[in-house]
Design a protein around this ligand. Structure first.
Ligand code: NAP
Length: 335
């Protein structure tokens, strides 16, 4: 069976995912697209031989669509995911699942009422080889318990529309999900510290920012967010165990010796750094649909990320350590 995929949102990442599904996954193809930007969506529809739909709702209801991908503007995610659940269709939603924890909770409740996991959230770090190997090291306990993690998420530059809270909602959100997944436990608290501000930022963005998380078992994590670091796209995750340190490296396939220097290049951007992870994410998503059981990041993971994100904002505003409290996890999400 070939899975018929409908994509809502034909902007930057929507187009990448459309090509990924058509060119890199087995047994799935894009049959339908929709976007508020009608002209752009019709051009994409023509290029990939898919049907254009005036609204996301019409696309979801169509018999031409087995499963849905939501890559539209953040505030529209919740409505399309809820609509897909209403029709009993699997739905992949790019992060964020919804604009806040209450929106994520509405999706969780709808899915629990439906009685089956249909939603997968686009937390693609879980599909990166470096993180997968770190998880294996943590779970094997070959170096004892993980005690601390030192992490960083650095972008070369951010535009004028990128403001202080976006360092959490657009950037740290990836670490918020993947670090909890690595350790297989939830956060207990978070404290934000605002270091000296770089001169390469603007009035509405405090850059860099530092987050200190403590997990339920006491693992302490420091996470630097620095979106105007200038030198490249740099992701760090070093885990300190009882008897070893295991750190993730930037994937590089060449090394350069030139002008009396010996170096490996830094990734220029997130697309380059995580290209393989996106491909793997979609391959496994399509495979899981064929097995009729999605296994990736759930709506509950989207809810936990939103709760944690809100605690980060509160810590920044109150300049205090904030305890992270959430609802009890519904049985549907117990592994
Ligand atoms: P983008 O280029 O702005 O594309 C978003 C598209 O959604 C635009 O074409 C926009 O049209 C359209 N849109 C707005 N309102 C809509 C509606 N009501 N119904 C249907 N379409 C609507 O943004 P992007 O970079 O592709 O990002 C899309 C989503 O993916 C965002 O939620 C973002 O957070 C997420 N994302 C995730 C990752 C990741 O690493 N997982 C990376 C990048 C992006 P207009 O341009 O006319 O407004």
């Amino acid at each position: 069976m070939r899975v018929k995929v409908g994509v809502i949102g034909t902007g930057a990442i929507g187009i990448e995912h459309i090509d990924r599904i058509n060119q890199k996954t087995q047994g799935a193809y894009v049959t339908a697209v929709s976007d508020i930007n009608v002209k752009a969506a019709k051009e994409v529809a023509k290029r990939v031989d898919a049907k254009f739909f005036e609204t996301g709702e019409a696309l979801i209801a169509s018999e031409d669509v087995d499963v849905v991908v939501v890559t539209s503007w953040d505030p529209t995610h919740e409505q399309y995911v809820l609509e897909a659940i209403k029709h009993g269709k699997y739905v992949f939603c790019e992060k964020p699942l919804a604009m806040d924890a209450a929106g994520c909770r509405r999706i969780v409740d709808a899915e629990v009422a439906y009685g089956k996991k249909l939603v997968q959230v686009g937390f693609m770090r879980r599909y990166d080889r470096g993180y997968i190997e770190l998880k294996e090291a943590i779970e094997s306990k070959q170096y004892g318990e993980a005690l601390m993690m030192h992490c960083a998420h650095r972008n070369p530059s951010a535009d004028e529309n990128y403001t202080t809270p976006m360092a959490i909602s657009n950037t740290a959100i990836h670490e918020i999900d993947v670090l909890r997944w690595l350790l297989n436990e939830d956060y207990e608290s978070v404290q934000m510290i605002l270091p000296k501000k770089t001169s390469n930022s603007h009035a509405d963005l405090h850059d860099p920012q530092l987050l200190i998380f403590q997990t339920k078992s006491g693992v302490t994590i420091d996470l630097e967010i620095f979106v105007n670091c200038r030198f490249g796209y740099d992701i760090k995750c070093d885990v300190v165990f009882e008897t070893a340190e295991v750190g993730m490296t930037d994937p590089a396939y060449t090394r350069i010796k030139s002008e009396e220097k010996n170096y490996t290049p830094v990734s220029p951007d997130w697309q380059t750094r995580f290209l393989d992870a996106y491909d793997y994410e979609f391959k496994l998503w399509i495979d899981s649909i064929k097995n009729d059981a999605v296994v990736g990041p759930t709506a509950w993971d989207g809810y936990v990320a939103a709760i944690t994100m809100m605690a980060c904002h509160e810590s920044r505003e109150t300049k205090t350590k904030v305890m992270i409290q959430m609802d009890e996890r519904p049985a549907l999400y117990n592994e």
